[in-house]
Structure formats: structure tokens, C-alpha cells
Design a protein around this ligand. Structure first.
Ligand code: ZN
Ligand code: ZN
Ligand code: FE
Length: 758
């Protein structure tokens, strides 16, 4: 039958590098349609010709049976003139000409088909650790430019052999247009080296496995960067790794071969199983089942992930039991991506090295997620999830948002989309700051977004703010907690107003104080502070963050305890030092005021769990969460509703804790009562504000809500009272989302212009 229709189709979203063109070709062949497909900028463009019904069915099936890693954000179809001399369905050369939203595909964990081939006797890619196909393999981490074609990736250094070239060009093949396609003849290779030997090729991975089995620490080059690995069950290897990194307490992730092995380490429900096996293969925090205490840092959760690179599959085939897999860096520095850098920086830590010759162009840590309150909470967005594209409709010019200084990220927004970078670490580390600047530049180039305005935090000392001001563009400042709440609103396309509860460690407030326990009435472009935790002093400033007992002293002084009584509660603290802190609180010198919920957690962790120091952000709060058990009651907080904003005073809670300590109440019960008390207050104040403002949506945002116990109780209570509760899910719930929030605020016309900038 002659063709009576021709459709032009444009797909937007994550549609490149996910096997869409071969998918389209298969469908077209099945329906006897002619036409073509090509990557155009960041979009996929197709034309099909044939009977109208067949063309329409093609469009439906194209989207409904899209390859698993694809995410279709937009579909445009229009009818065009039928062409007379066309035969077959062709994949055309990419076009970069037109200006339209671009999307960067994220890395995809090894698929089942490639895994089978990797292990199949006789397969030409048996044991080849760079096996991939159109549906799996590295993407963002090897991309130098868009459209996504082999020439624009770090695979351009490897020339396809005849076999690979045939697969690449042959429509029915799984590797049809698989840009990183490779085999042992033409692709990259691993090389193993230690003080005695250097082994290249197929034996390299076996050597590395032997080194691990012998209790050695292996530096391993993977997809998003280098890892440090050792046997998780080998206590002395784990201790040594912690000592050298140095990482005294912070939990380390483990990798296991499969779900069955994972279930021996932690509790896996259906949602955890889906997360673990997802294309992004994140680290999933599980309720720990066994005591790998050296790995978990004494917490009751364990971070577990499954193999996502072929080399992981091979290593875990050879090794029984879980492997510690922690980002290779010195604590505080960005993940190492470069081979020479690995030699220089990891030489003193690792006993052996398993390196490869494919360049990592965009370093990404592993992503971290956990399930809580019936939701997926993102703790870190990295390999497999970054860059994340979030719809941000509106009429605004291109925006660069510079994020926060810890858990930093950047966000570029234009043409209705915001693109959030991977986790970039703490900017006080000069190497992280460099990586942050590089990533800003490379994302801007990849996405072809030249910012016309810059959004940043309002903190006077943030390095990200200094960076923003130095760009020579108009700059708008966005209050930190406003950004937190709007990030969650943006993820689901909500304009507000809502009641936003922003609980975190610290953020600069409009009154020049350190905020962090906030109830805000929030719209995209503005907010009003409706309630907050009562200000207390942080004796010693930053020192009070590292040593939580100092916050306990602040709260004890606040409820009127004298030096003697405080000395009895904190009997292990040197009385002379205690005296200095109490005096400091009296004078207020170097004791900035804060309403931070994170600091309240610190004080409670010091009193209830005996935390005296913390070596990483959220350490004390995590210990308190791990300690909590049972569900018997809640500590009270006071609400002063005669003030504007309302003031929430934890004094009754602190008094009750002191009483329970004296009465010898179980610490686990006290920890539970603390969580319950805070969650109940979040809800009661939130409900009161909703009633007053006539609202029914509450956003929970900020790093404190990484705490599953707190989040679950707050969400449960609010939902059963009929409120809609929103949290960030696709992007981090902590400061990793600040740049997205800033972009969304500025896109909506909010934020304060910074004087002195153009
Ligand atoms: Zn595959
Ligand atoms: Zn080949
Ligand atoms: Fe924050």
C-alpha cells in the first residue's frame, strides 16, 4: 500500500545514549515504515512515513516501550509532506545546529544481557571489563560534548575493530549505535600494579582479586572515579583504610555480588530491591542486619550497592563476601579521576592499583539513597543520577545557581529545564573548589547555557558567593532555607504558597543569625519566616559543631542550670574547660546565636548518647537515630504564639532529658522521645500555620530530614491529619538541592539583587 502520511517527531528528555535510535529503527521495520532518526542538539528527531495508522501506532509504541534508561520529558508530533523516493529507515548523522533544550544522559549500570555475555564461556567479550551496549554503560562520565556520539566521548581514543564496527552499524544488534562499544581487540584495558609487578589485560582483574583476598587495599578505577576497596570482613584491612584515608568514623559503603548477598547485610524490602537493581545502582542505606561495625561506624544502617561496572562483576565473582568501596580521595577532597593523580594521591593509602586507559571526564561519586516514610530520600546525587533534569517552566533568561558551600552543587537553568550537577563536596577544600569551577564550566558548555544572571546564597563568607560575584554578571541572593523549600516545590512543579519546614545545620538568616529550625510561608519568589526554634548561643562558633557537648552546655545554661549542676550532667568534661564555655556563654563573645535544629540534635546527642565529638556532618544526629528504639512518648517543646514569628522553645525538652538522665531511663527510650518530640512539634506548628494561612501542603526540607525516624513520624502524622507532604526525592533533601532551589527562586523573579554587580 502506498504511503499516505509522514510524521515529524521530536522527543526531549534523556533520549540520547539510551538506545532510542535503534529502538525506533526496529519499530519502523516492524511496521514497514520508512524514515530516519537522528540526535539533534539534546533532542531526538525522527520522521516516519507509511500508512497513517501505522505511523500513529509507531509514535505510541516508541514512547510506551521506550528503552528502560530513557526518560521522555516531551513529545512533539506534526504531519509533514510525504516524500516520494525514500526506502528503509536510516540513522542519520547528528545535528548540533538547532538551539533547544539539551539533556545529558547519566551513566547506566551493566545490563543483564551484557552481564551474561561477560560471564559466558566462548563469548568474545568474556571477562572483558568494558563490555557495554546501547542500553548500558558509561555516559555523562565520558562525555566531552553533545550530541552524544562516540567522537564526543573519551572513547574517541579507541578505534572500533571490524567486529565492533559491524555491531555498531548493524540494526538488529544490541550494540547498534552503542557509543562506548568496545572489545578486547579495540577497546580500553585494565592494568594491575603493586610494588612487585605490573600485569595488563585479562589477568589484571584476577591479580587485583588476589590482592584483595590477601587483605590488601586496592585503588580501583571505575566509572565515575577511583575507589578504595578492601574486604569488608577483614577488620585489619578496614582499620588500615580508615587510618590512612583518614576516615575515623564515617560509614563506608560495601558492594556485594547480588541481592541475595545484600540481604545478608541488611533488611531489603521490595522498594530497596528496586533501588539496588536500578539503572543508577546507587548506594542504598539498609537497616543493618549484621555487625560489620568497622564499616558502619557503629550505626544501625549499612550502605550497600550492587556491581555497576563490568569490573565489579568480575571482582565479585572471584571474591566471596562484601567489598568496602569508598570514593578514593583523602577525606574532604574530590573523588580522584586521573591516573597520574591516583598514583600521587593514593600511593600512600593503597597497596595495589587497578587502573585503565579510558579517561573519566566528569568525576562522579556514587549516589546515596534510603527509603523512609514511603519515599525515596536522596542523600547524594552522583553517578547514575547526575546531571538531573527538572522541569522549570517560565519566562526567564539563562541562570547559573551556585548552591551552598557544603554538599555543593551547581544548577543551570534555561528553556524550561533546570539541570542539577553531581555532588561536588565542600568548597573549603581547594581541590573541591577547583572541581566545582570546572564542572560549572563544562556543564555550561555541554548544555550550551550561557548564564545571564547568577543566583547564590546570602551567606557573606560562602566561597560560592565569592565565585558568583566574580563572574561579572548580575547576581541575586536567595535565602538558604527559602532555597531548600523551593527546591522541593520545583521538583513537583508547585508554585505555592506552602508551609515549608526547613531543618538543617546552618544557613544565613535575614537577621544575620544562623538559621536552621525554620517554618516558612513559602512561594517561589518570596517567603515569610513564620516560626523558628529559639535562638541559643553556639559557644566557640564552629568548635561547637565539632564538639556537640558545647551545644549541650548552651542549652543547659539556657534552662538556668548553674555551673555545678552542669558539671554533674557532663561529669567527664574537664571542669576548667567547662568553666570557660560557661563564661563564654555569659559574655556572648565568639558565641553566635542560632536557631539550628542540627545543633539541637547535637545537644541531645551529647546528653543522651554521650557524643563528645563528631568527625563528619550529621555524625552525632546519626548516632542518636541509631540509638533510638521503641515508641514510648515524646518530649515536649513550648510554643510562644504571641510573637511574630512564633518561637519554639526546646527548654521543656532539655529539662525532661535531665530528669530522665537522673531517673536512669533507658538511653534508647530517651533518644526515641527526642525524635518524637521534635517530629510532633514540626507537625503541630506546621498544622497551626496551615490553618491560619488556609494552606494544606507542607514541605519538609534540609539535611536533618535524612533522619528516617524523624521524617517517618512527621510525614505519618501530617498525612493522617489530611495534609499533603512534600520532600525532595529526585534530588538531595540536604544542601545538595540548594542550587536547584536558588535557580527556581530566581526563575520566578525572586532573590535580592547584589549591589556592586552589574
Ligand atoms: Zn548492556
Ligand atoms: Zn572491537
Ligand atoms: Fe541547608
Amino acid at each position: 500500500m502506498p504511503a499516505d502520511a509522514r510524521l515529524h517527531i521530536e522527543l526531549n528528555g534523556v533520549v540520547q545514549g539510551v538506545g532510542f535510535r535503534p529502538h525506533a529503527q526496529k519499530l519502523a521495520a516492524r511496521r514497514r515504515l520508512s524514515g530516519w532518526a537522528r540526535n539533534n542538539g539534546g533532542a531526538l528527531e525522527l520522521e516516519v512515513q507509511g500508512r497513517l495508522k501505522a505511523c500513529r501506532d509507531f509514535v505510541g509504541e516508541l514512547v510506551s516501550s521506550a528503552p528502560a534508561p530513557a526518560i521522555v520529558h516531551g513529545l512533539r508530533v506534526r504531519e509533514v509532506a510525504v516524500q516520494s523516493d525514500e526506502s528503509g529507515f536510516n540513522i542519520l548523522v547528528s545535528s548540533a545546529a538547532s538551539r533547544r533544550p539539551r539533556f545529558i544522559p547519566a551513566d547506566i549500570g551493566i545490563c543483564d544481557s551484557c552481564r551474561s555475555e561477560l560471564l559466558a564461556p566462548g563469548d568474545r567479550r568474556r571477562d572483558y571489563p568494558f563490555i557495554n551496549c546501547a542500553l548500558c554503560g558509561p555516559r555523562y562520565t565520558i562525555i566531552a560534548g553533545l550530541p552524544y556520539d562516540r567522537e564526543s566521548t573519551s572513547m574517541c581514543a579507541f578505534h572500533l575493530c571490524l567486529d565492533c564496527a559491524f555491531e555498531y552499524a548493524n540494526e538488529p544488534d544490541r550494540r547498534f549505535h552503542a557509543e562506548p562499544n568496545a572489545c578486547p581487540q579495540c577497546g580500553p584495558h585494565y592494568i594491575y600494579s603493586d610494588s612487585d609487578r605490573s600485569v595488563a589485560g585479562p589477568k589484571a582483574v584476577a591479580q587485583a582479586a588476589a590482592a584483595l583476598e590477601a587483605g590488601r587495599i586496592l585503588a580501583l578505577k571505575g566509572i565515575g572515579g577511583w575507589h578504595l576497596a578492601c574486604l569488608a570482613t577483614d577488620e585489619s584491612a578496614v582499620d588500615k583504610l580508615r587510618r590512612l584515608k583518614p576516615r575515623p568514623d564515617k560509614p563506608m559503603a560495601v558492594m556485594v555480588a547480588d541481592l541475595e548477598q545484600a540481604s545478608r547485610l541488611g533488611r531489603i524490602g521490595p522498594h530497596e530491591a528496586v533501588l539496588l537493581t536500578g539503572a543508577d545502582r546507587p548506594i542504598v542505606l539498609l537497616e543493618a542486619a549484621v555487625g560489620l561495625t568497622g564499616v558502619t561506624g557503629g550505626l544501625d544502617t549499612i550502605g550497600v550497592m550492587l556491581p555497576y561496572a563490568p569490573v565489579h562483576v568480575l571482582l565479585l565473582q572471584k571474591i566471596r563476601g562484601p567489598l568496602v568501596m569508598t570514593s578514593a580521595n583523602r577525606t574532604g577532597s574530590p573523588i580522584v579521576t586521573d591516573n597520574l593523580e591516583a598514583v600521587a594521591k593514593l600511593g600512600g593509602i593503597a597497596d595495589a592499583r587497578l587502573s585503565h586507559d579510558r579517561a573519566i571526564l566528569n568525576g562522579c561519586d556514587d549516589s546515596v539513597v534510603r527509603r523512609a516514610a514511603g519515599r525515596t530520600v536522596t542523600i547524594r546525587s552522583g553517578r547514575g543520577r547526575a546531571p538531573a533534569a527538572i522541569s522549570l517552566p517560565g519566562d526567564y533568561g539563562p541562570i547559573l545557581a551556585c548552591g551552598a558551600d557544603i554538599k555543593s552543587s551547581v544548577c543551570l537553568a534555561a528553556d524550561g529545564w533546570a539541570h542539577l550537577s553531581q555532588h561536588l563536596g565542600s568548597l573549603d577544600d581547594p581541590d573541591c573548589f577547583d572541581r566545582y569551577k570546572q564542572t560549572t564550566a563544562s556543564l555550561s558548555a555541554l548544555l550550551d547555557i550561557r548564564p545571564a544572571v547568577v543566583a547564590c546564597d546570602s551567606h557573606p563568607d560562602y566561597l560560592s558567593v565569592v565565585f558568583a560575584r566574580g563572574l561579572g554578571l548580575p547576581v541575586k541572593q536567595v535565602q538558604h532555607h527559602h532555597a531548600h523549600v523551593v527546591a522541593a516545590m520545583a521538583e513537583v512543579g508547585l508554585g505555592g504558597p506552602v508551609i515549608g519546614v526547613a531543618f538543617d545545620g546552618s544557613g544565613w538568616g535575614t537577621d544575620g543569625r544562623v538559621w536552621g529550625g525554620e517554618w516558612l510561608i513559602c512561594s517561589r519568589d518570596r517567603f515569610e519566616r513564620a516560626a523558628h526554634l529559639k535562638y541559643v548561643a553556639m559557644p566557640g562558633g564552629e568548635l561547637a559543631v565539632r564538639e556537640p557537648w558545647r551545644m549541650a552546655v548552651a542549652y543547659l545554661v539556657d534552662i538556668g542550670l548553674d555551673a555545678e549542676a552542669i558539671g554533674r550532667v557532663l561529669a567527664d568534661i574537664d571542669p576548667g574547660v567547662l568553666d570557660v564555655v560557661i563564661k563564654q556563654l555569659g559574655t556572648g563573645i565568639n558565641a553566635p546565636l542560632t536557631s539550628s535544629a542540627g545543633r539541637l540534635f547535637d545537644a541531645a546527642a551529647a546528653l543522651i548518647a554521650g557524643c563528645r565529638s563528631q568527625s563528619y556532618e550529621g555524625h552525632a544526629a546519626s548516632r542518636l537515630e541509631s540509638l533510638a528504639a521503641g515508641d514510648t512518648g515524646a518530649y515536649p517543646l513550648d510554643l510562644d504564639a504571641d510573637t511574630a514569628p512564633f518561637i519554639i522553645d526546646p527548654a521543656p525538652m532539655i529539662r525532661a532529658i535531665i530528669g530522665d538522665l537522673a531517673a536512669g531511663v533507658e538511653r534508647s527510650e530517651m533518644a526515641a522521645k527526642f525524635h518524637n518530640g521534635l517530629a510532633d512539634t514540626i507537625c503541630s506548628v506546621g498544622r497551626r500555620l496551615c490553618d491560619r494561612e488556609g494552606l494544606d501542603t507542607i514541605v519538609l526540607a534540609g539535611g536533618v530530614f535524612v533522619n528516617a525516624r524523624l521524617l517517618s513520624r512527621a510525614v505519618g502524622t501530617l498525612e493522617s491529619a489530611g495534609f499533603t507532604v512534600l520532600i525532595n526525592q529526585q534530588v538531595p533533601i540536604n544542601d545538595g538541592a540548594i542550587s536547584l532551589g536558588q535557580a527556581a527562586v530566581v526563575a520566578a523573579g525572586g532573590g535580592l539583587p547584589v549591589p556592586g554587580c552589574p
